[in-house]
Design a protein around this ligand. Structure first.
Ligand code: ZN
Length: 239
């Protein structure tokens, strides 16, 4: 018994951050039908989830073709993840490095859970391609973002569901500056401006201050990474 799923349809893991917004545009430029999935697990920056609707509206305006391809936007609530983790994303504690050498923003195995839920949903929706913004190049050392982890998980999911998912991680080998450049390639200044204005990356969930790279506290690791990538992207354009 096996189930062959169409590979011209994609489910994008879409949090409303810079990376997943870029991945959504990437998927819209390649697949015939695209749906999105976000997770609500009690994260402090639930503001990311609010950004999703504005990004989706904006993407529809950039390309009439993208508007036709965009299908349902799903949200799965998994509060269990907050119950079993003790991290700065879900509790009001400072972001710091833990004894395991990882920042305490790390929810152990989070991407494994997300992708497993995504695969189960995609199976039901008749979607054969999964798209995620995981990145091994410019990241905080999260072991569940590694290419080898994700390849192994895809193998396990295909065995466990007797199907043939393809997992696409277009940002795996791109740094943040290259992610901005990819957005420009896909949707020009309009897409870069949309992502600057309406995507959200800040770990603290701050939207107050507007920087040239977008909104955020400017101090947390996510803001610093985003700001550094923006500076490098701007410098690359000028040279
Ligand atoms: Zn921040």
């Amino acid at each position: 018994m096996s189930q062959i799923l169409p590979h011209d349809a994609a489910l994008v893991l879409f949090s409303g951050g810079q990376d997943s917004a870029t991945c959504l545009a990437w998927a819209l430029s390649r697949f015939a039908r695209v749906e999105t999935l976000g997770f609500d697990y009690g994260q402090r920056h639930a503001v990311e989830l609010d950004c999703r609707d504005r990004l989706i509206d904006g993407l529809k305006q950039i390309h009439p073709d993208w508007a036709k391809k965009l299908g349902d936007s799903h949200t799965l609530s998994i509060p269990t993840l907050a119950t079993i983790s003790d991290t700065a994303l879900t509790r009001d504690v400072a972001i710091a490095m833990g004894a395991d050498g990882l920042p305490n923003t790390f929810v152990p195995g989070r991407n494994l859970l997300f992708l497993t839920f995504a695969a189960a949903l995609a199976y039901r929706r008749g979607i054969g391609a999964l798209v995620g913004g995981m990145c091994e190049t410019d990241y905080s050392g999260y072991p569940d973002c590694r290419d080898a982890t994700l390849k192994a998980l895809t193998t396990a999911l295909n065995l466990g569901m007797a199907t043939d998912f393809e997992l696409h991680t277009p940002l795996m080998w791109r740094d943040k500056a290259a992610t901005w450049a990819l957005a420009h390639e896909l949707g020009g200044d309009a897409l870069v401006d949309l992502i600057r204005e309406d995507s959200h990356t800040c770990y603290l969930g701050e939207r107050g201050a507007r920087h040239d790279w977008g909104y955020g506290c400017g101090e947390c690791p996510a803001c610093q990474l985003r700001a550094k990538g923006w500076r490098e992207y701007e410098a690359g354009k000028a040279s």
